[in-house]
Design a protein around this ligand. Sequence first.
Ligand SMILES: [Zn+2]
Length: 331
Amino acid sequence: MDLCSLRDLRGQPTAVNLFRQALEQGRLAHAYLLVGPEGTGKATAVRALTAELFCESRKACAQCRACGKLLRGTHPDFLVLSREGERISLARVREAERFLRYPPLEAPAKIVLVQEAERLTPEAANALLKSLEEPPAYAHFFLTAVSTERLLPTIVSRTQVVRFRALSPEVLEGLLMERFNLSPEEAQVLALLAEGSLGRALRFSRAGLLEDLHRLAAAARSEDPGLQLKAVEALGARKDRLPDLLYLLELWLWHSFLADRGLRPYPPGLPEPAPAKDIFSLAEEVERVREGLESYANPELSLIYLLFRLSEAWSGGLSDENTLLQHKAGT
Ligand SMILES: [Zn+2]
């Protein structure tokens, strides 16, 4: 884990000012709910605030004993509840109750971070609500969520809501280059594709998804069946990344459309734009494959299909005939 201070948090001035003032005035609320898109720095903000509060020199120095323990994830006064599998169980909330039973051992306060609070089971949410109702003076809860809609209204009303915004492409681009050492070309295109989420940009980057997109486009372009088959094999072997790859395909089509209409410059890090007249049909097909992904026994088949349609679009235009999916649907 990287230790950063509130000062380093980009693109969230409202949240940073609010937390900064609360720290300076010693008036941290007992429960905050940080709401905003995935990958916009919500948990990072909580870790930064905790580091500033716990640090021996109060500035998240990353050098002192307290910072060292936070970095290693061993600080006795900081507890993170995150999901195991899909949910956060009642057992985890009970663990937080035990954690809060005694005053802090080393720090001025005890902090509980509940990541993705919408994943609490109903029992866990109810138990957490009890803790939120009567917290000990030294306890501070920070819940993160994408929206308030899937949370118990009683939980929301017990917390102070802090909004996090999608990050602008400029902020994302800077972060990707400075903090994650991406090349300017990769940073620029990922910043555009990630739609405001640093988390998504990093996931794309680590999984090599941009390379996958280039490989798919090059294979479709080549009209060489051998090369196409090789590309499908390579991509099909990485099934877990298929949803992200399909998402990128849609974004690529979207940027092809925007550039074709002269609405936005075409990002240089993307494959050559998709053929303008078939963009919408192709996007619909990608969407349909995405929706059906769960039910396909063989995701490679859906890739072969998309590659075939793309190749067709490039070599003159899509035919409407008897597509593989219609064929499948009819059987
Ligand atoms: Zn420190």
